[in-house]
Design a protein around this ligand. Structure first.
Ligand SMILES: CC(C)(COP(=O)(O)OP(=O)(O)OC[C@H]1O[C@@H](n2cnc3c(N)ncnc32)[C@H](O)[C@@H]1OP(=O)(O)O)[C@@H](O)C(=O)NCCC(=O)NCCS
Length: 130
């Protein structure tokens, strides 16, 4: 089941995958979760007027490769009224890049040495305005 939650409700989960995460008081940042008994996947995203950004996406290791991210992403898109959605991904993260390419994201720029040992790739997907 997919539901909308406050980032503070899943702060511990987010930190498990993204230790650098800091709870922001920004009204733009939101989250959706995929829940069985517990939360097994989430997307944290921000909507800034005509632009949306995926800040964090992760699925519990035991449930990867089963389409959970796809379901979360499809749910997010259904409810977005933005012109585009973007994200930043580590160039070493082939699995995530595969997911984004499959979902129509295009690489628009490379941020050299954005991460300690690798580049950051900025990817954008244009959306149909609803
Ligand atoms: C990236 C991540 C969120 C994908 O979640 P997932 O639920 O396993 O993904 P899905 O099962 O929904 O896969 C959807 C598509 O992604 C791509 N994909 C998924 N796993 C892949 C892999 N191991 N290699 C290449 N592509 C892959 C495929 O295109 C797949 O579609 P297909 O099943 O029709 O081939 C998950 O691997 C994860 O939590 N990784 C750790 C956190 C992370 O790196 N987040 C991204 C930070 S930018």
């Amino acid at each position: 089941m997919i539901t909308e939650v406050k980032c503070e409700d899943i702060q511990d989960k987010i930190i498990t995958y993204f230790p650098e995460f800091k709870l922001s008081q920004s009204p733009f940042q939101k989250a959706i979760v995929y829940k069985l008994d517990d939360v097994i996947g989430f997307i944290v995203y921000s909507i800034m007027y005509e632009r949306a950004e995926i800040d964090y996406i992760a699925v519990d290791e035991r449930y990867r490769g089963k389409g959970i991210s796809q379901k979360l992403f499809d749910y997010l898109l259904l409810n977005l009224k933005c012109e585009s959605i973007s994200l930043e991904v580590n160039s070493n993260n082939k699995r995530a890049i595969g997911f984004y390419v499959k979902n129509g994201f295009k690489e628009v720029s490379v941020r050299k040495n954005y991460y300690k040992d690798s580049d950051g790739i900025l990817m954008v997907k244009k959306l149909e305005v609803k």
